[in-house]
Write a protein of this length. Structure first.
Ligand SMILES: [Zn+2]
Length: 424
């Protein structure tokens, strides 16, 4: 059985990734959890996909079990913190929670286990997200999307035979999420080059070194899962999602806060990220393709404090983004002398940026082909956006986090509108 070597000093201590890995569950439980009594948490779908089998395997190996906590298959469970709290209430103090599922079940159990101060095991059922091995759960708390701090799973089992049975859409979504490390990495390069957030080389390597190889075949679930898992540990080590997420994720967060739907169905994380990453790659290419002297001719005059405030209020007019965003967006905007200095720095670094970005980026045309081949959306309409919502989402993405990305660089350079014109 293939045990993956993990970086030291992360919360996840055991990771089995193999065909038939599920049969290793009893051995992992005995080795890592001192034979405690198991409680499986699954939904109707994931119980069928793997939960029942995990339960049988435990029984055959003489591992005691509490009755499972089964969530309904329909409507699909939501990553709602209140649901985590209610799961936590059902977890006995001496149990080992075993989350059997993909992103949502894992995040629910991650938070529930943290509430009860328990270590848990995750048995993955889809190659759909990078959150399996990340600390923190992506939750809605009182209707606001937040990352609730909580430890990553102590052990993770991913059986490629099980992953293979997940809906094709989930696999495509995971593949698109892994692709986002291309543009996310480019954003980190920008922050590094401008002296805002230096790259941490060991963590960078973990995500970026094998990225192109892991993306080379959208049907190779082992490689895609490995790539997604590596981004999870990188976030654990960096104590922030910077190594795994750039402006494409910020776009996705905006559309998520807007409760984007198509035909009454929510859009998966990876599909929103996929549309975001194509847009962001095109904006990064705008920098690569625009000569310095031409760029300088296109800049807009920086806004005054009042103009910026009005601009932000207009972008946030829907009011669904939480009250913290407007002050944050103002705080992160440089004005007057600070803005002049930032612009000088950007233009002094322009040619270095062009060179470093072209090394990092996969051309957007190729990214589009990769998404198409993986059966992920490539057009904003396919995730239920109008053109206005699409552009609005990208501009709003610049406001919602402190993380420095291509959007901040273009905004500060006075080039955001010129660059967005390439998306028209
Ligand atoms: Zn993601």
């Amino acid at each position: 059985m293939r045990y993956i070597t993990l970086p030291e000093d992360i919360e996840t201590k055991i990771f089995v990734l193999d065909s038939g890995a599920i049969t290793e569950t009893p051995a992992v439980l005995k080795k890592a959890f001192n034979n405690c009594k198991v409680i499986i948490i699954a939904d109707g779908n994931t119980w069928q996909a793997a939960g029942e089998r995990v339960s049988e395997l435990c029984k055959e190996s003489g591992i005691e079990q509490y009755p499972p906590i089964l969530l309904p298959a329909e409507p699909k469970p939501h990553p709602d913190y209140a649901l985590s709290q209610s799961i936590a209430e059902k977890l006995p103090a001496d149990c080992v929670p075993v989350a059997v599922g993909s992103g949502v079940i894992n995040d629910l159990v991650k938070c529930a286990s943290a509430i009860k101060n328990l270590r848990y095991l995750c048995v993955a059922t889809a190659c759909s997200v990078d959150g399996y091995t990340a600390s923190g759960g992506a939750m809605s708390v009182d209707n606001q999307k937040k990352t609730v701090p909580c430890p990553a799973p102590y052990a993770l089992i991913a059986d490629t035979e099980v992953l293979q049975t997940a809906p094709a859409e989930m696999m495509a979504s995971g593949y698109a999420d892994l692709m986002s490390k291309v543009t996310g990495g480019a954003d980190w390069i920008i922050a590094d080059e401008l002296g805002i957030e230096p790259i941490a080389p060991a963590i960078w390597s973990l995500v970026q070194d094998d990225l192109r190889d892991n993306l080379s075949d959208h049907t190779n679930l082992e490689k895609i899962f490995l790539g997604l898992a590596a981004t999870g540990y990188s976030m654990q080590m960096y104590h922030d999602s910077r190594p795994a997420s750039g402006a494409e994720h910020l776009c996705s967060h905006v559309w998520e806060m807007e409760h984007l739907q198509l035909n009454g169905e929510e859009i998966s994380h990876g599909f929103k990220v996929g549309i975001g990453l194509l847009a962001i790659a095109r904006l990064q290419e705008f920098v690569i393709n625009t000569p310095l002297e031409k760029a300088k001719l296109m800049v807009q005059i920086p806004p005054t404090v009042d103009e910026r405030k009005a601009e932000i209020d207009e972008l946030l007019i829907k009011g669904c983004y939480g009250s913290a965003i407007a002050p944050l967006a103002m705080e992160k905007t440089p004005f007057n002398e600070d803005m002049t200095q930032r612009r000088e720095k950007i233009f002094a670094s322009w040619q270095n940026l062009q060179q470093r970005l072209s090394q990092q980026l996969i051309p957007s045309e190729q990214l589009e082909k990769m998404l198409l081949t993986a059966h992920a959306p490539t057009e904003f309409e396919q995730i239920g956006l109008t053109f206005e919502q699409y552009i609005h989402g990208i501009k709003t993405a610049q406001l919602i986090r402190k993380r420095y990305t291509i959007l901040d660089m273009l905004y500060e350079a006075g080039l955001l509108d010129a660059a967005l014109a390439v998306l028209r």
